[in-house]
Design a protein around this ligand. Structure first.
Ligand SMILES: Cc1cc2nc3c(=O)[nH]c(=O)nc-3n(C[C@H](O)[C@H](O)[C@H](O)COP(=O)(O)OP(=O)(O)OC[C@H]3O[C@@H](n4cnc5c(N)ncnc54)[C@H](O)[C@@H]3O)c2cc1C
Length: 511
């Protein structure tokens, strides 16, 4: 059993920024970060486009960023939250820079700003097309130097330790040491879920293997409120290169740079769907591509960059250029095959403006949370922003309350698990089937019948699993499949509950 003041589950931008802030402010407090892979592996590492922050007030304003966010969210963002996040963004960007993150600059010293779908101004601060990698480099380097941050890599959180004696409260988590196969009980005054997204519930996703919705599933089992899971954002332009996982993203900034979407016939089709054409918000572009694919019975459309200045393209998007070249596509000559892929969970663990969930002492920050910022469709590059703003707000709140009496240790039964090695093929086959059902019936365009059928099919799969595997058994694969079942059920249930189409949610049977 390990005792700590702050247990942070996840080491992406949300988890590490929070850890650094607490460590800087309170050297006498213990901070423990557990992360299920190496410290670097996260959705954050793959972020390309950048972080949306107003920095050039001569051409842009907070008001305009707020308006763009509200429009993308299709009427169901929490306006107060949107205003708060946009207004606090510039300070948080300064902090990332103070921790060593470097962002591209123009010759006059100002930030080089990109444009992306749904933004009416160039406001995306970036590091070439590798913004997430650069942010992770800086956060990692800062965190590992801090003596009061302890990091347990290759440790997977299985479940939260909660007490329901008075009102529900969280007191830590049960963790599996992946390499040694040992169970650890971590007792914490504050537990912060920073466990990221859930793209792995679909077959075709930009998210790496770690994105299995663990934090949301654990919070659900603990009784926390989970909201708006029906709003899964599909990125319109993932590189169509079957069998490569996770699929490589062709950043929205490429469309901001002037690339044109073309269908199988070579037609630039976006004008038929939205007057903003390629720069409409993601939900609209993804649905337009989906419709073209159905009409032409094809697997992908094309992103045409052949008319763009190739030298500038290479300079702005070195990793995208290199990736295309390695698979024999020269963006100066060949159009890039692309298709929509599951990318981001707009919903998640419901939190207030301090990052606090509906369970005392349990916080959620970053992609696993539902703050109200994104509404029905996240505006591009707003999620890194949300993560740093909520890491800060949660840090402030937990520092104020760390010594409250309800955070003192209480007695409760510790769950028992037996670490086992099971037939991996069986679990992998269940996971594949689950992903196929979700991709087929719970994708960009849904139907009520399809959702109901998917619910039945997933329930049957889960029963098959439960008939074979004892509830007390655990392993990294078992943790993953159990969480994926929970996430799939949440997405389907919330979809069936939704009676009006909004943003990223579209059911042909309702209007
Ligand atoms: C390809 C790609 C490009 C993107 N581009 C952009 C962009 O340009 N701008 C933007 O704003 N957003 C972008 N996004 C979205 C953004 O990157 C993520 O939403 C954001 O990085 C999430 O940060 P996070 O800290 O919440 O989670 P993550 O960065 O995903 O970190 C989650 C952490 O939790 C750990 N973890 C998960 N489960 C467990 C468990 N059970 N036990 C222990 N540890 C666990 C993981 O190992 C990981 O360390 C992109 C996403 C992808 C995939």
């Amino acid at each position: 059993m390990i005792h700590t003041d702050f247990l942070i589950i996840g080491s992406g931008i949300a988890g590490l920024s929070y850890a650094i802030k607490v460590a800087e402010d309170a050297p006498h407090h213990d901070i423990l970060v557990v992360t299920k892979n190496d410290l670097n592996e996260s959705n954050t590492k793959y972020a390309q486009g950048g972080i949306a922050v107003v920095t050039d007030y001569s051409k842009d304003s907070a008001q305009q960023h707020i308006k763009d966010t509200l429009i993308a969210g299709d009427g169901i963002c929490d306006q107060e939250v949107v205003e708060m996040v946009v207004n606090e963004g510039p300070e948080r960007l300064k902090e990332l820079i103070s921790w060593g993150a470097q962002f591209d600059r123009n010759s006059d010293g100002g930030f080089s700003l990109e444009n992306e779908g749904g933004h009416t101004k160039h406001r995306v601060v970036h590091h070439k097309d590798m913004t997430g990698r650069e942010i992770m480099r800086a956060l990692r380097a800062t965190a590992i130097q801090m003596s009061n941050i302890k990091i347990l890599s290759f440790h997977t959180a299985i479940d939260l330790l909660t007490s329901k004696s008075k009102s529900s409260s969280c007191h830590g988590a049960v963790i599996l040491d992946n390499l040694k196969g040992e169970i650890k009980h971590i007792i914490a005054k504050n537990t912060i879920l920073a466990s990221g997204g859930a793209g792995q519930v679909y077959t075709f996703t930009t998210n790496p293997d770690i994105a299995t919705g663990d934090g949301i599933a654990m919070a659900k089992r603990a009784g926390a409120k989970i909201e708006e899971m029906e709003f899964i954002q599909f990125h319109p332009t993932a590189l169509y290169y079957p069998d490569k996982k996770p699929v490589f993203l062709i950043s929205e900034a490429v469309r901001g740079f002037g690339a044109i979407l073309r269908n199988k016939e070579g037609e630039a089709f976006m004008y038929r769907y939205d007057e903003r054409k390629e720069l409409a918000s993601r939900d609209i572009v993804a649905r337009a591509i989906h419709s073209e694919l159905k009409k032409n019975n094809s697997s992908h459309v094309y992103l045409d960059c052949t008319h763009l200045d190739n030298e500038k393209f290479k300079h702005h998007f070195p990793s995208i250029h290199e990736k295309c070249m390695t698979i024999g596509i020269n963006p100066a000559i060949n159009m890039i095959p692309v298709a929509p892929a599951a990318h981001y969970v707009c919903g998640g663990i419901k939190v207030n403006k301090d990052g606090l969930s509906s369970i005392s002492n349990l916080y959620a920050i970053g992609e696993c949370s539902r703050t109200g910022l994104h509404g029905a469709n996240r505006l591009a590059s707003n999620s890194l922003l949300e993560a740093v703003v909520y890491a800060h707000r949660t840090y402030q709140h937990t520092m104020l309350t760390v010594n409250d009496s309800n955070k003192q240790e209480i007695q409760f039964d510790l769950p028992n698990y037996e670490v086992v090695k099971l037939n991996n093929e069986f679990i992998q086959s269940l996971q594949r089937q689950l992903q196929e059902i979700m991709s087929h019936s719970v994708g960009i365009v849904r139907t009520t019948k399809g959702l109901t059928k998917a619910q039945e099919e997933i329930t049957t799969l889960e029963q098959k699993f439960n008939n074979q595997v004892n509830l007390k058994f655990t392993s990294t694969e078992l943790i993953t499949i159990r969480n994926l079942f929970t996430i799939a059920h949440l997405i389907i249930k919330h979809s069936l509950d939704r009676k009006i189409n909004k943003g990223g949610y579209y059911n042909v049977d309702i209007s």
